[in-house]
Design a protein around this ligand. Structure first.
Ligand code: DGJ
Length: 710
């Protein structure tokens, strides 16, 4: 079957005309270039036309059900599997109307209602359509009025149908310090499952985002591309069910050990699945998704981020007031704007001097910080820096006063030896006392005067998922209720501290999703800060997440030249994790230059459009550029990974007619100036002929600003 015919290439006029249901039996949900078409078939069941096909001529089959239910004739992977209050394991939903509500000029909310005629059971397929961005947020709401609880065995957020030919899937696997490795494969008959079963820090081994190209391999600038990202920080499952003539993509919480007993009159809302469409490759897809994210996906998306200095790589657990305060003056001199105090500042009965003890006891350590946190924060502010603090509210060391007081507050299995990770356990956030405890911890820490930034860490996942609170009948609720309680806590935090910037951290990319990011400003993509590794990692995260959400700190990982490390960090949300007192003068000068360059370009890199130019995986170099929304400025990054020729790099997205002055930012000491330095070229010339960078040797970088004439 040939993919992507006319229906995906609609003109704006066609979009306007088609924004209402066509006839009584067909529902057409549209963004600018994407059509989701549903049809009510025989017996009232709801069907979906596989995305991008003109299947009017084809007869609807059970395989085409829009949200298939188990137990009444559907034989492939179902979206919904329910045990009703009377024990019946079948569900048969029929169409029960649609509600369409405009939310803004380019935004519509659609709810397709379904009900089971034999049971007081209903589901609503919910879609928020962002028309101009080609973004669809999709989720499902399930509700019933049966005489007792029903059990949801499976409850997908989305179960999109695609045609089967030439579908390529790119997903991202990894582990701690080795996150976001892409793998691309063609979908073939059978079911391909990507999932996580570890509940907390759930993305340690794979990110809940993927790319699909629908007509064979796509590139940055060509191909029909659908990207999906599940806004969920817990165990997830994507099942790509390829059965002959269709591919169904089932996305949602992982049904593994997660049967959910839904009481009458309560609504179960699944997590939101975010879909983005592009008919022009991965680049356009990312720009659309980033545009959505700046507005809806994370906090303060229009506010470029400051320069941060963290002490973790510099001091580890080994510090006191004077050691930390001693970092402020050199930081300020260098141009740093915000200081982040990491792990190790708390615990008295069991001081947190390493990762074996003290977690859970959140009083400042009296030896290290005799007067508490406030004087240190005040000292930072006196020196002209903002002050931030590390916390890990969900966790506890068994060697802590908290665990001694409340051994039943942790997630564990009775009769089993405690399994520790990094010497710690997760607190059971489904328990109300734990919710209150964690809130009090967060509130007290963030209320310390002058604290305006926090890093929320999470350094283990779940392996013994037992809750003393949930009791014998609801153990399987833990996976879902934990994440819901977590979001309630994050929401409370964001609302109570609207001016406090928040970094989401989970030992790296263990929590990199739009479910949690909604309450945060940025996330920590990896503990691996080797800039060579970061070039590829940040590239891969950038498919889904804007540069300003990717915390990138300059460290000594990999022992790379400082100039290269700074350039890589400058292409995202710049920070440093260095002992400035020990930094050689030459490196200090490079850092100072990078900081001032970052301040100059951050409005472009953070608020502009990203163009990925040359993929770094296995290549000599990687290159990308950002363009300001008004196209008056652009910044080109070239990261040389292996020795090569200084071949021109061709920026994209410039205004062809305008003239841009070329200028290298923070040039590396000792390298010749760019051949085009200081000269002016039209956007068309630059996009055609490129800019010749100053780098050709391995681990050299070049950052070039293009500034349009007024
Ligand atoms: C894991 C984080 O990824 C690190 O940056 C650091 O904050 C440590 N935790 C502290 O324990």
């Amino acid at each position: 079957m040939q993919m992507i015919p006319r229906s995906l290439k609609l003109t704006a006029l066609a979009v306007a005309l088609a924004s209402t249901p066509v006839g009584a039996e067909t529902l057409r949900l549209q963004t600018k270039n994407l059509t989701l078409e549903f049809e009510v078939g025989e017996g009232g069941r709801l069907y979906q036309r596989p995305l991008g096909t003109d299947m009017k001529r084809e007869r609807l089959q059970r395989a085409d059900e829009a949200y298939p239910q188990a137990g009444d004739g559907y034989i492939w992977e179902p979206a919904l599997q329910v045990v009703h209050a009377d024990g019946n394991t079948s569900t048969a939903l029929v169409y029960d109307g649609v509600e369409r509500n405009p939310e803004a000029a380019d935004r519509e909310m659609v709810r397709i209602k379904l009900r089971d005629p034999a049971y007081a059971f209903e589901a609503a397929l919910c879609f928020r359509l962002h028309r101009d961005r080609d973004v669809v947020e999709q989720w499902t709401e399930i509700r019933h009025h049966e005489p007792g609880a029903v059990t949801l065995e499976r409850m997908a957020s989305s179960s999109l149908l695609l045609p089967p030919a030439n579908v390529e899937l790119t997903h991202f696997y990894g582990d701690w310090a080795n996150e976001m490795n892409p793998v691309t494969e063609r979908l073939t008959p059978g079911t391909k499952v990507l999932d996580s079963k570890i509940g907390v820090r759930a993305h340690q081994f794979g990110n809940p985002s993927f790319l699909l190209s629908l007509d064979g391999p796509a590139t940055e600038n060509s191909g029909h591309v659908l990207a999906g990202s599940l806004a969920w920080s817990g165990s997830f499952q994507f099942a790509f069910d390829h059965f002959g003539e269709r591919v169904r993509v089932l996305c949602g919480v992982n049904p593994f050990a997660s049967a959910y007993h839904l009481e009458p009159e309560r609504t179960f809302a699944t997590p939101v699945m975010i879909w983005v469409w592009s008919g022009a490759g991965f680049g356009e897809m990312s720009r659309k998704l980033h545009g959505w994210a700046h507005e809806f996906g994370f906090r303060d998306g229009r506010q470029p981020r400051t320069v941060l200095l963290n002490n973790w790589e510099a001091t580890g657990f080994d510090f006191d007031f004077n050691r930390i305060a001693g970092l402020f003056e050199p930081a300020k001199e260098l141009g740093v704007e915000l200081f982040l105090l990491d792990d190790g500042w708390f615990g008295n009965q069991y001081p947190r001097v390493n990762d074996h003890a003290g977690l859970g006891d959140w009083e400042p350590n009296r030896t290290r910080l005799p007067e508490g946190l406030a004087p240190l924060a005040a000292e930072a502010v006196k020196r002209g820096l903002r002050f931030g603090i590390w916390l890990e509210p969900e966790m506890v060391n068994p060697k802590s006063a908290l665990f001694e007081r409340h051994p039943d507050w942790v997630i564990r299995q009775p009769k089993r030896e405690l399994e520790l990770q990094r010497n710690q356990l997760a607190l059971d956030l489904t328990r109300p006392e734990v919710q209150e405890f964690e809130w009090n911890v967060i509130r007290d820490i963030l209320s310390v005067p002058n604290v305006s930034y926090a890093k929320w860490d999470c350094d283990r996942y779940l392996t013994q998922s037992g809750s003393a609170w949930l009791g014998p009948d609801r153990q399987s609720h833990l996976w879902i209720d934990y994440v819901r309680a977590l979001y309630a806590l994050m929401d409370r935090t964001a609302k109570a501290f609207p001016n406090t910037e928040l970094m989401l951290c989970s030992g790296g990319g263990g929590r990199a999703d739009y479910g949690a990011l909604k309450y945060f400003h940025e996330f920590w993509p990896s503990d691996n800060t080797d800039p060579v590794r970061r070039v590829a990692m940040q590239w891969n995260y950038s498919y889904f997440f804007p540069a300003m959400t990717l915390a990138a700190h300059v460290t000594h990982w990999g022992d790379r030249p400082m100039h290269f490390a700074c350039a890589v960090a400058m292409s995202a949300r710049f920070g440093m994790d260095l002992d400035l007192a020990k930094l050689p003068a030459q490196d200090k000068a490079v850092c100072a230059g990078a900081i001032s360059a970052y301040k100059r370009i951050r409005d472009v890199t953070h608020l502009g459009d990203l163009y990925r130019l040359e993929p770094p995986q296995g290549a000599m170099r990687g290159a990308l550029n950002f363009v300001a929304p008004d196209r008056s400025r652009a910044v080109v990054f070239v990261f040389q990974l292996k020795e090569g020729q200084p071949l021109p790099v061709r920026p994209q997205g410039l205004d062809s007619a305008r003239k841009y002055a070329v200028r290298e930012l923070n040039p590396a000491p000792g390298r010749a100036a760019l051949p085009q330095e200081g000269r002016t070229f039209t956007g068309a010339d630059l996009m055609r002929d490129g800019v010749v960078p100053s780098c050709a040797k391995a681990v050299e970088a070049c950052v070039v600003e293009l500034e349009a004439e007024p």
